[in-house]
Design a protein around this ligand. Structure first.
Ligand code: GLN
Length: 492
């Protein structure tokens, strides 16, 4: 190869004509084919489409008018619509669904010149934390095949960790970019709600759903995020604000103490019980490194954050139960055969089309929205959601970013929590608050536990402050090499 398999490195190699886009697409496709029987990271591989896009990128590179990411291979989570290429949401319901249009972020990444090689495996409708809820089977963690890769963007995380693609999109409703990034030893950013359009993202919980990026390091995340972000009138919650250059930190002069002036908040509520020893140790060491780089740490409090899990698991299913009512066997997707009337068609179609976790969410959501329970559950959860947001607003008067572990444990064994949904939900304890509040957050690799499994450090920031998060992560990565580690057996 021609140097590191990173977005920045490959974009440079392509521009210098050390490699062609077609050669690079072939390389990525070959890596995917070799890994697929082991990792199951992809639902669909688009060889023809990838080679066609790569030929177009090569032509643009030859003409000298190539867009910034021309020829860089990318994969999209299979919850983002791709015109002409099936979008399954890893569900039987949409197993044959071919979208007639691109999601906004997909279109933007095509316009930026990326070569789409395929769609990545995920938890069905993005509901899950282990990628075991997929119609197409679980994904394996490249660091240990007996372990989960995290979810719900587990296919994207495994594909990037194994260097099948240098970057992939994910979506983060309660942690689905950051949690698998942490468990696979890569970098993942969930931007501020509204920075990237939800148009063409199959809705799970609309007030939480956020397209994000999984890549090897912060620099690559910034390059891809910059291409993805932007206002889109077709998403009513898309932020209409001047374009933020997420890569500007790359040009910032930085001395020996590049993080001088950065105040890192350490919530009292994040320390203590429930965090595995190997995670706590690696996060402590990362904080020491950040202090060496000039950052100062301050103790903060988030008194209401302990309610984040129950609030999330009331509100997200409520929104899901509404959003998923569109899958009724009438307009698109799976349709049951042999029904006796409209109600029977709905019932059979949904019974056959959805897997158990999706059904559980629909039942919970319908329950908390029902007359008589709405005030007690849905309304109350909305009120607590506001109180949690107030906690963060107060905390950000005293600090610029908030640090802690991304996940309480490293990747657990496949099957370990499939019979215990509550244990599964509790694993989202550090990630869901950023979705309840719409705040941006990044996970970066910061070490390994005694079993050799990666640990993620999470930084949460103020609204639209992703450039600061990326800057901090980049400085940390310049001073460390966790992000350079590749699972044994995979090429760098
Ligand atoms: N694990 C969380 C859930 O199951 C978050 C999923 C997500 O972010 N899409 O809902």
């Amino acid at each position: 190869m021609t140097g590191p398999f990173t977005v920045a490195g490959l974009a440079a190699a392509l521009r210098a004509r050390r490699i062609s886009s077609v050669e690079l697409a072939e390389e990525s496709l070959a890596r995917i084919a070799a890994a697929q029987p082991v990792l199951n990271a992809f639902v669909t591989v688009d060889r023809e489409g990838a080679l066609e896009a790569a030929r177009a990128a090569d032509a643009a590179l030859a003409r000298g008018d190539a867009p910034p990411l021309a020829g860089v291979p990318i994969a999209h989570k299979d919850v983002l619509m791709t015109a002409g290429l099936r979008t399954t949401c890893a569900s039987r319901m949409l197993a044959d669904y071919v979208a007639p249009y691109d999601a906004h972020v997909v279109a933007r990444l095509r316009a930026a010149g990326t070569t789409l090689v395929g769609k990545t495996n995920m938890d069905e409708f993005a509901m899950g934390s282990s990628n075991e809820n997929s119609r197409f089977g679980a994904v394996a963690n490249p660091w240990n095949r007996a372990c989960i890769p995290g979810g719900s963007s587990g296919g994207s995380a495994a594909a990037v960790a194994a260097r099948l693609v240098p970057a992939a999109t994910g979506t983060d409703t309660g942690g689905s970019v950051r949690q698998p990034a942490a468990m696979c030893g890569i970098t993942g950013i969930k931007p501020t709600y509204g920075l990237c359009s939800r148009y063409g993202l199959v809705a799970f919980a609309s007030s939480f759903d956020t397209p994000g990026v999984l890549a090897g390091d912060a620099q690559d995340c910034a390059l891809v995020l910059d291409a993805m972000a932007g206002h889109d009138a077709r998403d009513a919650t898309s932020a209409d604000r001047p374009h933020e250059d997420c890569t500007r930190f790359l040009r910032r002069e930085a001395g020996a103490r590049p993080l001088a002036g950065l105040r890192i908040g350490l919530p009292r509520e994040y320390s203590g019980t429930g965090v595995a020893a190997g995670v706590a140790t690696a996060v402590e060491a990362a904080l020491t490194e950040l202090r060496k780089l000039g950052a100062e740490t301050v103790a903060i409090e988030l008194p209401m954050v302990g309610h984040a899990i129950p609030v999330y698991y009331v509100l997200a299913p409520a929104e899901a139960s509404s959003n998923l009512s569109r899958f009724d066997g009438v307009r698109y997707g799976h349709r049951a055969e042999g029904y006796s009337g409209l109600d029977d068609l709905y019932g059979r179609t949904r019974a056959e089309g959805f897997g158990p976790e999706v059904k559980r969410r629909i039942l919970i959501g319908t329950y908390v929205l029902s007359h008589g329970y709405y005030d007690a559950y849905y309304l109350k959860a909305q009120q607590v959601r506001r109180l949690i947001a107030d906690d963060f607003a107060r905390a950000f008067e005293r600090c610029d970013v908030i640090a802690g572990p991304t996940t309480p444990t490293t990747a657990f064994a496949l099957g370990a929590r499939t019979d215990d949904p509550v244990a599964m939900y509790l694993g989202d304890i550090f990630t869901v608050a950023a979705n309840l509040t719409g705040l941006p957050a990044i996970s970066m690799p910061c070490g390994f536990d005694a079993d050799g499994l990666p640990v993620g450090l999470q930084l949460q920031g103020r609204h639209f402050d992703e450039a600061r998060l990326l800057d901090a992560a980049h400085r940390f990565q310049q001073a460390s090499d966790w992000h350079l580690r590749v699972p044994p057996g995979y090429a760098r």
